[in-house]
Design a protein around this ligand. Structure first.
Ligand code: HEC
Ligand code: HEC
Ligand code: HEC
Ligand code: HEC
Ligand code: HEC
Ligand code: HEC
Length: 286
């Protein structure tokens, strides 16, 4: 590939030379074709890099298919996108434009669409905390925004990314959950403690645990771009235990395991992330 690129650069410079000399010479040999894209189209450090071109052209990678073939394998150009874009799907892979370009398991930012990787940038924010380094729970992309069925699904490339809180984010009493894109604050989500579990809907053998008609969380408003600052500390979404729960305002963290043994250990660590913040009461193995 490198050799090939050098050849193209060489062809381009020959082309430039030949333009300036062409008035003097008449019987030049036919030059190899000048690159249709110009120099630096394969070089991420150059202004003419194809990634930049695609971004400025509203992510229209369909356009490339007309010459590089529908499956991006090169067609008549002889340049396969898939030789560099080695994930299945080549350049349509979900980590090409956002996420980790070298690791298909990380498709969400960091690396936002503009290349930004700082959590203080709204396109990056707390994605990693929710998706990849989460010790408390498992979170689906679809809780916060629509997920395109495929790269070319309608609406996928529309800017800005639209937050549509769904599923777990709006479970229980949290139908009023909102995200404010102007300051990155997220309010009234089920996940951050906008819940109320009622004694009425509990099993009779669980009534003893209620000191009120409901057990309620703290309904914490969180900042998407405030990462590493205890936004989701243990005890922030609900007290330990929550209001209305036997022992409120405080039971030792080491005691939760007595009844919620599927969820926590005797140190208060979450041992089954699929059972914590899953929308359901998990107590005594039910
Ligand atoms: C009109 C036909 C055509 C279209 C459309 C086209 N290409 Fe190409 N491309 C070529 C040809 C021919 C070559 C190989 C020879 C050359 O470089 O001119 C090539 C080479 C390349 C190369 C490697 C060579 C270099 O210049 O560094 C890259 C990368 C590339 N194309 C990316 C793209 C991308 C991305 C798109 C869509 C945004 C695209 N191409 C659209 C015809 C096309
Ligand atoms: C010579 C290797 C090479 C070829 C050939 C190549 N790419 Fe790329 N492409 C890259 C690299 C490297 C990146 C950038 C990685 C990064 O941002 O760190 C990239 C980035 C991209 C991006 C992401 C842009 C962004 O800013 O996030 C798209 C989309 C893309 N390429 C499409 C294509 C298509 C379509 C073709 C074929 C028509 C193609 N590429 C051919 C190496 C290549
Ligand atoms: C906890 C909520 C949440 C989850 C879960 C989540 N996102 Fe996001 N996502 C956001 C927020 C907030 C933004 C920024 C919205 C804005 O700019 O107004 C965003 C923006 C984005 C953007 C645009 C980035 C940019 O450059 O502007 C992409 C792409 C994205 N998310 C992909 C994903 C993918 C893929 C997943 C799952 C693997 C995912 N997200 C999971 C909340 C979430
Ligand atoms: C060619 C580049 C490109 C590829 C490949 C790509 N995306 Fe995106 N993705 C975008 C752009 C552009 C946005 C819009 C973000 C914005 O507007 O700020 C986006 C946004 C998203 C979002 C945020 C949701 C929303 O409604 O904005 C999710 C989730 C997402 N992409 C998932 C995926 C998945 C899954 C794949 C693989 C099937 C994928 N993307 C492949 C460019 C790409
Ligand atoms: C003596 C048993 C017992 C102990 C100890 C206990 N819980 Fe509970 N907890 C329950 C029962 C029973 C419920 C009611 C479930 C229902 O609604 O049916 C409950 C409900 C909850 C709820 C609300 C609904 C749900 O299940 O998610 C939370 C949150 C909770 N407990 C947290 C804790 C925490 C944190 C501790 C430790 C500090 C703790 N509990 C200790 C028995 C216990
Ligand atoms: C990001 C918000 C959040 C944080 C932080 C959080 N929890 Fe929870 N927790 C919840 C929600 C929401 C529930 C309600 C039940 C459910 O959906 O699992 C819950 C329920 C529980 C329960 C009851 C069992 C269950 O899942 O039904 C226990 C026990 C518990 N949490 C312990 C802890 C401990 C210990 C910590 C700190 C290590 C912690 N929680 C941190 C949101 C949180």
């Amino acid at each position: 590939m490198k050799y090939y690129l050098l050849n193209i650069l060489f062809a381009v410079s020959l082309g430039i030379l030949s333009v300036s000399c062409s008035e003097l010479k008449t019987n030049l040999p036919v030059e190899p074709a000048i690159s249709v894209h110009g120099a630096g189209f394969s070089d991420p450090t150059k202004a003419n890099f194809h990634g930049t071109y695609i971004m400025e052209n509203n992510w229209n990678i369909k356009e490339c298919q007309s010459c590089h073939a529908a499956d991006y394998s090169g067609g008549t150009t002889g340049v396969s996108c898939n030789s560099c874009h080695t994930s299945p799907g080549g350049p349509t892979a979900c980590n090409t434009c956002h996420g980790n370009f070298n690791n298909l398991t990380y498709i969400a930012p960091p690396r936002a669409l503009n290349g930004d990787t700082l959590t203080t940038y709204i396109g990056v924010g707390a994605h990693t905390s929710h998706l990849y380094s989460n010790t408390l729970s498992t979170v689906a992309c679809s809780s916060c925004h629509n997920v395109p069925q495929s790269v070319f699904s309608t609406g996928h490339f529309n800017s800005p990314a639209q937050i549509v809180l769904q599923g777990l984010a709006v479970a229980n009493i949290a139908s009023n959950a909102t995200f404010n894109p102007s300051n990155g604050s997220c309010a009234n989500t089920y996940c951050h403690g906008n819940f109320a579990f009622t004694k009425d809907s509990a099993a009779p053998e669980d009534y003893f645990a209620f000191t009120d008609s409901v057990m309620a969380g703290n309904n914490k408003t969180v900042q998407w771009t405030q990462v590493g600052d205890s936004e989701a500390a243990c005890g922030s979404c609900h007290d330990l235990p929550p209001k209305g729960h036997i022992g409120y305002p405080q039971l030792p963290l080491s005691s939760c395991v007595d009844c919620h043994w599927e969820v926590v250990d005797d140190q208060g660590n979450i041992i089954d992330k699929t059972k914590h913040i899953n929308g359901k009461v998990d107590v005594r193995g039910d």
